[in-house]
Design a protein around this ligand. Structure first.
Ligand code: ZN
Length: 249
C-alpha cells in the first residue's frame, strides 16, 4: 500500500468511525423500538391525562390516608363531598383545598335528584354550597348528582357543570383492592374520568396503587377542571360530562 492509499484508508476509517459513533444513539433507539418499547416512547412524547374522582366523603380515617398518599405522589384529584358529612371534618376539606384538589358538591344528604321535586333539588345543592362557601370562600363547586342521574328538564336548575364518569370499577360493591386496580388499569384511556369512593379503605388502597401503576405508564393525574382545560373543552353549566370531551346523554 502506497503512502497516498494508506492516507486514504486512515481517512476512510476515521470518517466511518465518526459516522458509526453518530449512529449509535439512533441505533440504540431503533433496537429498543424493535424490542417493543415503541409504545412507551410515544407515550413519553404525548402525556395522557386522566382524572380520579372520589364520592361520598369526607370520612376522617379513609380520606386522610388518601390525601396523604395523593400528596406524596404529586397527584391532584377531585372530591365530590356530601354536605352533611362536613361537620367535624372541616380540617380535611381545608387540607384538600390547600393541596390543590378540586372540591365538588355531591348534595347535602346524598339524595337521588332524578325524580325529586324541584325545590328538593335546589335545596340539596344549595345547602352544601353554603357550607363550602363558608369554609373555603365563595367558589364554583361542580356537581356530581348522586348515582350520576338527574332528569333532563332539571339540568337547568344546576348553575355549575356536572360530572359523570367514563371508568367505573364499582369499588363500593366489590370492596376488593386488587379487582378495582385491575378494572381501572385495564379500561383507562386518555381523557377518562374515574369513579371511586374515598369512603372505603379498599378503595383508598386501590386509588394509590392505580396512581403508582399508571404514572409508570405515562399517565398524569389532574383535576376534572384541569382535564377539560387541557383537552380544550369549555365546561358549561347544567351539562353532565362523562369524560374530557363528551356529555353523558
Ligand atoms: Zn355517592
Amino acid at each position: 500500500m502506497g503512502k497516498e492509499s494508506r492516507w486514504a484508508a486512515v481517512c476512510f476509517a476515521v470518517v466511518t468511525g465518526c459516522l458509526l459513533l453518530a449512529l449509535v444513539p439512533v441505533r440504540e433507539t431503533a433496537v429498543e423500538t424493535a424490542g417493543g418499547a415503541q409504545v412507551s416512547v410515544t407515550e413519553e412524547a404525548a402525556p395522557k391525562y386522566i382524572a380520579l374522582t372520589f364520592d361520598d366523603g369526607p370520612r376522617a380515617d379513609t380520606t386522610a390516608v388518601l390525601l396523604e398518599g395523593l400528596n406524596q405522589r404529586g397527584v391532584k384529584a377531585t372530591f365530590f363531598l356530601i354536605g352533611g358529612q362536613i361537620e367535624g371534618n372541616e380540617w380535611l376539606v381545608r387540607w384538600m383545598a390547600e393541596s390543590g384538589h378540586q372540591i365538588g358538591n355531591h348534595t347535602f344528604s346524598h339524595t337521588k335528584l332524578q325524580g325529586s321535586r324541584r325545590d328538593t333539588i335546589v335545596t340539596e345543592i344549595n345547602k352544601t354550597e353554603v357550607v363550602l362557601d363558608q369554609l373555603l370562600g365563595e367558589g364554583e363547586y361542580w356537581l356530581r348528582p348522586p348515582y350520576g342521574v338527574i332528569d333532563s328538564e332539571d339540568k337547568k336548575l344546576v348553575k355549575t357543570p356536572m360530572v359523570y364518569w367514563s371508568v367505573d370499577p364499582e369499588d363500593w360493591k366489590v370492596l376488593d383492592t386488587d379487582k378495582v386496580v385491575a378494572h381501572v388499569t385495564s379500561h383507562v384511556q386518555d381523557g377518562d374520568i374515574i369513579l371511586l369512593h374515598d369512603f372505603y379503605p379498599s378503595s383508598v388502597q386501590a386509588a394509590l396503587q392505580i396512581v403508582d401503576q399508571l404514572q409508570e405508564e405515562g399517565y398524569e393525574f389532574v383535576t376534572v377542571k384541569e382535564l377539560m382545560r387541557l383537552k380544550g373543552t369549555e365546561p358549561q353549566a347544567g351539562r353532565l360530562y362523562r369524560n374530557a370531551w363528551e356529555e353523558r346523554t
